[in-house]
Ligand binder design. Structure first.
Ligand code: ACO
Length: 403
């Protein structure tokens, strides 16, 4: 009480909101979520329409500039992004400093942070031109860095970008081509990859985006801010959930074991949670999860995978959970991570790459949010207050008198 009063006296107002469940940290025009309705809009356009009709670079343009591009604007944007797909040759040597068995997300944190050491000609955030170049560089180089992190992880030589391919197809090429055999891009799989990128592109003030904004509020350069976002995304409650969801589905193993795991998820003495279920904002079905589920079926059908035991477990788990009182009352529905793991695994990615792919796709959202903040004249350094619960003021005790 003493502390709240003193803070109130200092500020005139004080709110205590752990996890920021009901505090808006900024104004934004980029993404809108109605968690009760299960609606997600990018610049006003429903995610279902963007994912069905658009492609990822068009989505990037929309998030960055606020409008869908005309044909000429899109061609120019694609040209400007593909111009930046290479990374500095010296950066390729940076990988060698990491242990081979390092988690690729650890490598991503380091590599993306290091971009500011290589591209310091685009770190002056007061210059709009530099801000745009940094944005294009981030969007263009993330697939190259992510693919290199993957290749390093599995001990294969790096594959350079092919600018004649589209964004998603080029990424699959860099991940799966080997010097003796060029990966033949399957358009259905490339489209699925592209859609996964679209679905992950932005999601308003989630933990990693808030991290990027907070880091950027001090004037830090965009590469450093995105590295901070990647670190935050890594956690299993956030971007790490798709990896954790797939691990959980494998652990459940069979539909017969589902009741045991449902019981564990409901047991307050058991820390276990159904990974890929629940969301801070969605209290309805995550619209991305629905598109993800459809994409998952398309990928498995294209690959001729008729019976995927993990998909069987996932579908049954969803069915049982959605009719269970505990999940119904708490409004816990599948989120995007529930089906993305199965899809990414079918595309050929190991679980350790799942969050890396998420970070690649979310980069445009981070950059768009960072730009919006930097360009907002009312922007201030982010500086939350705290509710102090420590010792009251007391006198320093000399070391000889301490007990
Ligand atoms: N399984 C079982 N119970 C759950 C789950 C779950 N997945 N999620 C929430 N609950 C329960 C909690 O135990 C809590 O119960 P209580 O009210 O009896 O204490 C209640 O639902 C509310 O949960 P909170 O953790 O308070 O909700 P919060 O909004 O803070 O958390 C979160 C949201 C982190 C996503 C949570 O639902 C969760 O841990 N889910 C599993 C991880 C996951 O899938 N994360 C991906 C999120 S989407 C993304 O980042 C792309």
């Amino acid at each position: 009480v003493l502390n709240i009063s003193s803070l109130y006296a200092q500020t005139g107002m004080f709110t205590y909101d752990p996890g920021f469940t009901s505090t808006a940290s900024c104004e934004s025009k980029i993404t809108y979520i109605d968690g009760n309705e299960g609606t997600l809009l990018y610049r006003g356009y429903p995610i279902e329409q963007v994912a069905e009709n658009g492609d990822f670079l068009e989505t990037c343009y929309l998030l960055l500039y606020g409008e869908l591009p005309t044909q000429a604007q899109k061609e120019d944007f694609v040209h400007r992004v593909t111009y930046h797909t290479m990374i500095h040759e010296q950066m390729t040597r940076f990988f060698a400093g990491f242990r081979r068995d390092a988690h690729p997300m650890a490598v991503m944190c380091g590599m993306v942070g290091a971009l500011s050491a290589f591209y310091h000609d685009s770190t002056d955030i007061s210059d709009p031109h530099q801000r745009m170049i940094a944005s294009l560089r981030m969007i263009a180089k993330m697939p190259t860095i992510a693919a290199m992190a993957y290749k390093y992880h599995i001990g294969q030589p790096f594959v350079f970008p092919r600018n004649d391919l589209d964004y998603a197809a080029n990424f699959l090429h860099m991940c799966f081509s080997v010097p003796c055999e060029e990966y033949k891009v399957n358009p259905v799989l490339a489209r699925a990859m592209d859609r996964i990128f679209i679905l992950h592109a932005d999601h308003e003030q989630n933990a990693s985006t808030s991290t990027v904004r907070l880091a950027g509020s001090s004037g830090a350069n965009p590469f450093a801010c995105i590295a901070a976002g990647i670190a935050c995304l890594w956690g299993p409650a956030h971007g790490g959930a798709n990896e954790a969801a797939l691990t959980m589905l494998a652990e459940i193993g069979s539909v017969d074991n589902i009741p045991e795991y449902i019981a564990r998820a409901k047991d307050k003495n058991d820390p276990f949670r159904l990974m890929g279920f629940g969301h801070r904002v969605y209290k309805n079905y995550d619209p991305r999860a629905r598109i993800m589920q459809k994409t998952c079926h398309e990928v498995l059908a294209e690959l001729g995978i008729k019976d995927d035991p993990l998909l069987d477990v996932a579908m049954e788990l969803e069915k049982i959970a959605l009719s269970d009182d505990y999940f119904v009352e708490k409004k816990l529905y599948p989120n995007i991570d529930f089906y993305s793991g199965i899809t990414l695994r079918a595309l050929g990615f190991p679980t350790t790459m799942f969050t890396v792919l998420f970070s690649l796709a979310r980069t445009v959202g981070w950059i768009a949010q960072w730009k919006e903040m930097v360009e907002d004249p009312s922007q201030k350094i982010g500086r939350p207050r705290q509710l102090y619960t420590g010792a009251a003021q007391r006198d320093y005790t000399p070391i000889g008198q301490r007990r």
